[in-house]
Ligand binder design. Structure first.
Ligand SMILES: C[S@@+](CC[C@H](N)C(=O)[O-])C[C@H]1O[C@@H](n2cnc3c(N)ncnc32)[C@H](O)[C@@H]1O
Length: 191
């Protein structure tokens, strides 16, 4: 049985995404990092699915590839060393989910982080690529300066989405000290 911890925002991101992803789907890990989201997605889409995993750091993708090799799951993933803002160059068909875990690589260089500009460009592409009923999950970290800038871009953008086409939800822990991470979930409405 999978243990879901409300205090772990990435658990919540997976929990929210879970019912929307099925075997055979095409999905995107927009920030592969150490591969935890990639593994979650790979297991969900199964042998007939495909995961596009983006990261700008070769070091991060090496970590992701290692985790995938250990799990024997390399064949369902396309690891792409490029910014997610360029995902349109790699993906032609609609996707069922796009997962972001913004910020910097844990244990890596904290100067290399997602940014307001690239995240905004990427998200707008993700909205275009999403299949009917597909979802975007965004874990954001407003406790660091680039994360705060992303939040200032994300909330108005998600609030302004046309309700006839998209639904968006915002979650965060009320009883955590400091500035806790947050989750934004967006669905392209069924048509
Ligand atoms: C918080 S980590 C991701 C953690 C990862 N999802 C996991 O499960 O381990 C954020 C990652 O985003 C990457 N990143 C930063 N800017 C990016 C961009 N424009 N496109 C894709 N990845 C980017 C960083 O290199 C870093 O590895």
């Amino acid at each position: 049985m999978t243990v879901i911890r409300l205090q772990q925002i990435t658990d919540l991101s997976h929990h929210f995404a879970d019912p929307f992803i099925k075997a055979g789907d095409r999905v995107v890990d927009a920030t592969a990092g150490n591969g935890k989201d990639t593994i979650f997605l790979v297991e969900k889409v199964g042998p007939s699915g495909l995961v596009y995993a983006f990261d700008i750091q070769q070091e991060a993708l090496k970590g992701t590839e290692q985790v995938l090799r250990e799990a024997g799951l390399t064949d369902r993933v396309r690891c792409i060393c490029d910014g997610h803002e360029n995902m349109i160059d790699y993906i032609e068909d609609p996707v069922n989910a796009v997962i972001y875990n913004l910020g910097y690589l844990p244990g890596g260089n904290h100067e290399i982080t997602t940014t307001r500009e690239t995240t905004e460009k990427s998200l707008k592409t993700a909205f275009e690529l999403l299949a009917s009923g597909g979802v975007v999950m965004i874990v954001l970290y407003p406790g660091h300066p680039a994360g705060q800038e992303e939040k200032e871009m994300l909330l108005p953008l998600c609030r302004s989405l046309d309700p006839d086409h998209f639904s968006s939800v915002h979650l965060y822990l009320l009883n955590k000290t400091g500035i806790p991470p947050e989750l934004i979930a967006i669905q392209k409405n069924h048509f």
